[in-house]
Ligand binder design. Sequence first.
Ligand code: EPS
Length: 395
Amino acid sequence: MRRLRLLTGGESHGPGLTVILEGLPAGLDLDSLQLDSWLHRRQHGFGRGGRQRIEKDSAEVTGGLRGGKTLGSPVVMQIENRDWKNWAEFMDPWEVDPERAADRRVSVPRPGHADLSGGIGTDQLDDYRNVLERASARETAARVAAGAVCSQLLARFGISFRSAVLQVGPNIVHDGPPDWDLLESVDTSSPLVTPKPDDEAELVEAVRRTRSDGDTLGGVVGAVVRGLPPGLGSYTHWDRKLDGRICQALVSIHSVKGATIGASTEVAACPGSEAHDAIALAEGGVVRPTNRAGGLEGGVTNGEDLVVRAYFKPISTLRKGMSSVNLETGEETVTQWERSDVTAIGAAPVIVEAMLALILTDALLEKFGGDAISDLDTAWWSYCKRLEGIWTPQV
Ligand code: EPS
């Protein structure tokens, strides 16, 4: 990121997570209820394991805020791991009894998790817990807290988000890229957060069956962002292109193996005349009758809705185990199981929104700058004036 910086710290079963978000302008009003509601959405979803009954995520702000307004200094937040009390003797930062630690030792790496690759890289092959604790998707709670803050800045300029689960394992709820209308009425409290809650009973059954088979499921999440002005990002260099920055952020989410923008896989099979979006004039400015580009052309926003999909592989902790190796004994064996989720896909939409909010806030600050929210407002409205007849903001 160019104007914003996000650092997160903490292990899954450590005392908690720390979030440091640096680069926000001073004077931005923040709402703690919105922040906690995003964290609450991340804990939701049918198929989660016992851990989510223990945690009740909430962000305690310990820096960068006074009276609900940003100070321009880093926004610092802490999210408690309530499960820590059950792990203190195994995860104590200073003293862990090696005999007791053996009870929670992970000696067989799980295929698909960071265990083996991370263990080799950091020379921690004697206990993969040293790797998995940080590689755990628990860290997404920190990302969601930061993304929730960013979304409040974007909301000031009329930029808003919708997201949903489009596929659970092999069960497709919506084929192709989503659009705003499809996602507008998504009930974020339905069991699997799809755009078709009436069809979710079947999906819930599929997750139940997978659980009894000792297996896990992934899926696809779609998200749409409305209200972005044209001209965010850059066409001038590979690492400035906004489409690349968005996909990097999405693929960095735990379990995500692919991310696409607009009608990506679909247009690869079309002739150009059916792949691109014609440009037309209407009363409000320049319009596109279609949005196959998903809001980005040449790495720059074009004023249409930003449309993304993120592809999640199944959770890599399987109750029925998978073939693996124990490098200490030099034997081929089967992975051990510890409590986990059957699928976390219901939690994924808000995580996708959070990563989008971070990257889009970064792009907005890059374009309009300002250490004070008043300077950002001035630059935004001056740009909107220049775009009169081309594009109209949603505020
Ligand atoms: C995770 C394993 C499970 C998940 C966890 C991610 O945790 P535990 O091992 O404590 O049962 O529940 O996700 C969260 C704790 C969370 O808040 O999302 C993993 O191995 O990645």
